[in-house]
Design a protein around this ligand. Structure first.
Ligand SMILES: NC(=O)C1=CN([C@@H]2O[C@H](COP(=O)(O)OP(=O)(O)OC[C@H]3O[C@@H](n4cnc5c(N)ncnc54)[C@H](O)[C@@H]3O)[C@@H](O)[C@H]2O)C=CC1
Ligand SMILES: Nc1nc(O)c(N)c(N[C@@H]2O[C@H](COP(=O)(O)O)[C@@H](O)[C@H]2O)n1
Length: 247
C-alpha cells in the first residue's frame, strides 16, 4: 500500500522528539498505535490496523530518522512485518533502518518470513536477531541472514531474574554495532516494560485511533505509574498523536 504525502505540520511537530546525536548509548524512541481503550491489537497473536494512512506515513517518516527498528518476537509471529522504511524524502532518498528482533529463545523461522522477501528484493536491510547466548539458531536461517548482511547477535538474555534488566546489555551491544538511534515499535510486553523505564526511553510518540478494541484486546498498561512531561498533541484527519518524554 502506498503512503500519503507527509502532512506538512507533522515535521515541525515531531522535530524536538527525533534522535539527537551525542550520547554513549542509542537514542530510544518508543512509538506505537493504540485504541481509545489502550489496546494495540484486537486479540493476542493478531495484527490490527489502528492508524489511518496519514499516521502510518508518519510512522515511516519516523522510521527514516532511526538507525534501527525493534520489535519483539511476539509481534513478528503475529504480524510478519516488513520493518523497512517506505517514506521517500523530498530529494528521493529512502532510508534503510536495520530491523532488530528480540527473540531470546530463537523461535523465528526467518526463511519463511515476509522480511526475508523484502531483503531478497533489496527493499530493506536484513535483520539483527537478538538471541540468548545459549541458543543455536537454525543453520538454514544463519546462512540466508549472513548472505543478506544481517546477523544473529548472541547476548546473555535468559540469565537475569528481571527481563527488564536486559535493556542496558541490549543497548550497549547495538551501539557497538553502529545503531545510534533505535525506534521501538512493540509489542505489548516490551512497551509495558519500557513505559516505566525512563532511563532508557528518550521520546514517546503514540498514535491514538478512534476505536475501542474491547477487553479481549492486547492491552498497554505499565505495571506502575508513568508520568509524562513535554507533552504535545497533534490532530489529523482521523487520529491524534501524542509526543512526550517520561519523567
Ligand atoms: N499497534 C501497534 O502499534 C503495535 C501492535 N503490536 C501488537 O502487539 C502484539 C504482540 O505483543 P506481545 O505478544 O506482547 O509480544 P512482543 O512483541 O512484545 O514480544 C514479546 C517477547 O519478546 C521477548 N522480550 C521482550 N522483552 C524482553 C527483554 N527485556 N529481554 C529479553 N526478551 C524480551 C520475549 O521473548 C517476549 O516473550 C501483536 O498482536 C502485535 O500486532 C506490536 C507492535 C506495535
Ligand atoms: N503505526 C502503526 N499503526 C498500526 O495500526 C499498527 N498495527 C502498527 N503496527 C506496527 O507496524 C508493524 C508493521 O510494519 P510493516 O508495515 O509490515 O513494515 C507491526 O509489526 C507493528 O510493529 N503500527
Amino acid at each position: 500500500m502506498s503512503l500519503l504525502p507527509l502532512a506538512p505540520s507533522l515535521k515541525p511537530f515531531l522535530e524536538e522528539y527525533l534522535p539527537r546525536p551525542g550520547s554513549n548509548r542509542p537514542f530510544v524512541t518508543l512509538t506505537y498505535a493504540q485504541s481509545l481503550d489502550s489496546r494495540i491489537a484486537a486479540k493476542p497473536g493478531e495484527q490490527t490496523k489502528i492508524s489511518h494512512l496519514e499516521t502510518k506515513t508518519m510512522t515511516h517518516y519516523i522510521r527514516s530518522k532511526h538507525d534501527g527498528i525493534m520489535v519483539g518476537i511476539g509481534t513478528v509471529l503475529a504480524d510478519d512485518p516488513k520493518l523497512n522504511c517506505r517514506f521517500e524524502a523530498e530529494d528521493g532518498h529512502v532510508s534503510t533502518p536495520r530491523p532488530i528482533i528480540l527473540d531470546p529463545t530463537g523461535k523465528w523461522v526467518y526463511n519463511k518470513s515476509q522480511l526475508r522477501s523484502v531483503c531478497d528484493d533489496n527493499k530493506g536491510l536484513a535483520p539483527f536477531i537478538l538471541i540468548d547466548d545459549t541458543v543455536t539458531p537454525r543453520n538454514e536461517d544463519v546462512k540466508i541472514i549472513e548472505k543478506q548482511g544481517g546477523a544473529y547477535v548472541k547476548l546473555p538474555l535468559a540469565r537475569s531474574s528481571k527481563r527488564v534488566d536486559n535493556w542496558k546489555v541490549i543497548l550497549a551491544k547495538l551501539f557497538q554495532l553502529g545503531i545510534k538511534s533505535l525506534m521501538v515499535e512493540g509489542g505489548a510486553s516490551i512497551i509495558n516494560d519500557l513505559l516505566i523505564y525512563n532511563e532508557i526511553v528518550d521520546s514517546l510518540i503514540i498514535t491514538i485511533g478512534p476505536v475501542f478494541l474491547g477487553k479481549d484486546g492486547v492491552e498497554v498498561s505499565p505495571p506502575g505509574h508513568a508520568d509524562l512531561i513535554d507533552v504535545k498533541w497533534w490532530q489529523g484527519i482521523q487520529d491524534s498523536v501524542l509526543c512526550a518524554r517520561l519523567t
